[in-house]
Write a protein that binds this ligand. Sequence first.
Ligand SMILES: C[S@@+](CC[C@H](N)C(=O)[O-])C[C@H]1O[C@@H](n2cnc3c(N)ncnc32)[C@H](O)[C@@H]1O
Length: 266
Amino acid sequence: MSFINSILIWLTKFFEKILPPTYGIYEKGSFPTHRKLTLNQAKSLILLGGKKERWEKETEFTYSFLKINFLEKNKEKEIFIADYGCGIGRLILPILKDYPQTKIVGVDESESMIELARKWIPKIFFDEKRVELLKPNQFFEKYQKKVFDLIMAIYVFQHIFLKELRKILPAIYQLLKDDGKLFIVNTFQNDDPLKRVVTIKDLLKPYFEKEIEISPFENKKDYIFWMGVIGAGYGDWQKMEKAKLRCQKFMGIYRKKINNAGWSNW
Ligand SMILES: C[S@@+](CC[C@H](N)C(=O)[O-])C[C@H]1O[C@@H](n2cnc3c(N)ncnc32)[C@H](O)[C@@H]1O
């Protein structure tokens, strides 16, 4: 049995080497965190679908939302940020450059993404101790209660299965200062291997309430705005009427619910 297992593991590793980076994305594990990726593979995996310029357009769009709604408002303060599921550090880099008083912890399950982030983010920021990169277990061990002003999770929660997410959300809640904020970009539903309908907003409800949000599926104005800015580059297959909730996205800043009030805001 163990011999067969070893062969299966070897074969899986072999096929993963030669298959495109998207392989395994919606299978068990949801995101191929164990794969060794090149920079280009990682980029196309992070922002899958849409046209070539999606990376630039969407990064700019996401970053300017965060700037207007959080970073500019707090630019006089020393801000401690965690980027949960940071990938190669797509948003960490512009924040470090534009906001010299910020410190950021990038967290990612994938060794390969962390390695790429170490190259993508200039060494000077590591030398100045303004950024560190950790795996989730190291992160939750090192940091405990109420230390972060902002925790970001961009296209991450949809890849984490329910059982794990039910532990991560309260842990993130604990890590945020009472006036801390959560910045999320996510699909409405997560990739549940058992095909249950797992709606991310429902999972957030006990812990967070919305401060500002754009939600193209729920609000036609937001849809027009979102598509206008990102364009078809956001994915032609995500046309409003046809797309399933698993493809539809929302972006927002959420505050901590201190005493379970505020459900009506959703
Ligand atoms: C779609 S990518 C988004 C990367 C980054 N947030 C961005 O927007 O550029 C999802 C990232 O989440 C990471 N990830 C998946 N499951 C995770 C988990 N359980 N804990 C931490 N990171 C995870 C993946 O390795 C991947 O880098």
